[in-house]
Design a protein around this ligand. Structure first.
Ligand SMILES: C[S@@+](CC[C@H](N)C(=O)[O-])C[C@H]1O[C@@H](n2cnc3c(N)ncnc32)[C@H](O)[C@@H]1O
Length: 289
């Protein structure tokens, strides 16, 4: 198993903290460049984007195709090990250009099918090519849709999977991977609730998401929280990063998704760099049987 893990400094020094707090500036600078490139190429790139969301996806695809590999070489905490645990019929939300695909364990039939929900169709050629190179063959199914129910449900129905949700509650997937994606979906709460329904009993969310800095809880940090607000609203993150939001309370949304069933059977989430302006939660949530 690959050991690419971003180890958070145990007791970050002032310098480490300062570097983490200004870190978003570098990505935002690249995002500005790829937005300008997208707008310059607009008259010649086909098809013409049908709405602002499609244009955002195009600009973000350019950024991700250029920087995604470097940004995926190391992943927070135990993310890499968790992706390797995915089994059965797996749904990967927002696989992008496929930078995590090599971390799935296809040996010994551990994964029977891998479905990838990626609305940024500019990433699909590389996504398909990566899956092909890895030898996933006909086990890999990319879907050109978003994870929000009104987009995902028709796509799953078209793929013939909805019929398997008898009475709407049995679920379809053994594991659903949420890797750096819920920060950017348009209706996060409905999306997470819909994905919860798509999990089979005993199924898991495998999560590696950046979330709102937990300040004033003890793990949080007021400067991290302020810097997060600054990059999101003043620095332009909200507009430049394909709809990604730095200060989303994804942790609460994930925990609440199982309320209707009296909670999750098991929650195993850990903080990575909870003091920073891009703090992560990494772990699994297991649905009751
Ligand atoms: C930061 S990238 C992460 C890619 C990959 N999961 C990883 O961690 O390497 C976020 C991905 O989510 C996709 N995305 C954006 N909106 C989405 C939506 N509504 N449903 C599913 N995926 C979405 C983006 O197109 C992009 O590929």
């Amino acid at each position: 198993m690959e050991a690419a893990t971003l180890k958070p400094p145990v007791n970050p020094t002032v310098k480490e903290r300062a570097l983490a707090w200004i870190g978003p500036f570098f990505l935002l600078s690249a995002a500005v460049y790829y937005w300008i490139l997208t707008l310059v190429l607009l008259p010649i790139e086909q098809p013409y984007p049908k709405d602002l969301q499609t244009l955002r996806h195009r600009a973000f695809s350019k950024l991700w195709l250029a920087k995604g590999r470097a940004m995926s070489a190391e992943m927070p905490g135990k993310t890499v090990a968790l992706i390797g645990l995915a089994r059965g019929r797996v749904l990967d939300i927002g696989p992008g250009s496929g930078e995590q695909l090599h971390r799935f364990n296809f040996n010994d039939g551990q994964i029977t099918e891998l479905w990838g929900v990626e609305p940024a169709t500019d990433m699909h050629p590389l996504l398909r090519e990566t899956a092909k190179k890895l030898g996933f063959g006909d086990k890999f199914h990319p879907l050109a849709c978003g994870a929000e129910p009104e987009s995902l449900v028709p796509a799953l129905a078209k793929a013939g999977l909805m019929g398997q949700m008898s009475g709407g509650s049995a679920g379809i997937f053994d594991d659903i991977c949420l890797i750096r994606v819920i920060c950017g979906v348009p209706q996060p709460e409905e999306t997470v609730n819909g994905l919860y329904k798509a999990l089979k009993p005993g199924g898991r969310f495998i999560v590696s998401e950046h979330v709102v800095n937990p300040w004033p809880q003890p793990q949080g940090n007021v400067i991290g929280r302020v810097m997060q607000f600054f990059w999101q609203h003043v620095g332009g993150w909200k507009y430049l990063m394909g709809g990604c939001q730095l200060n989303r309370d994804t942790k609460s949304m994930l925990l609440n998704a199982a309320k209707q069933d009296g909670g999750w059977a098991k929650v195993d989430l850990e903080w990575v760099n909870s003091w920073a302006c891009v703090p992560f939660i990494v772990g699994t949530l297991t649905k009751k049987e």
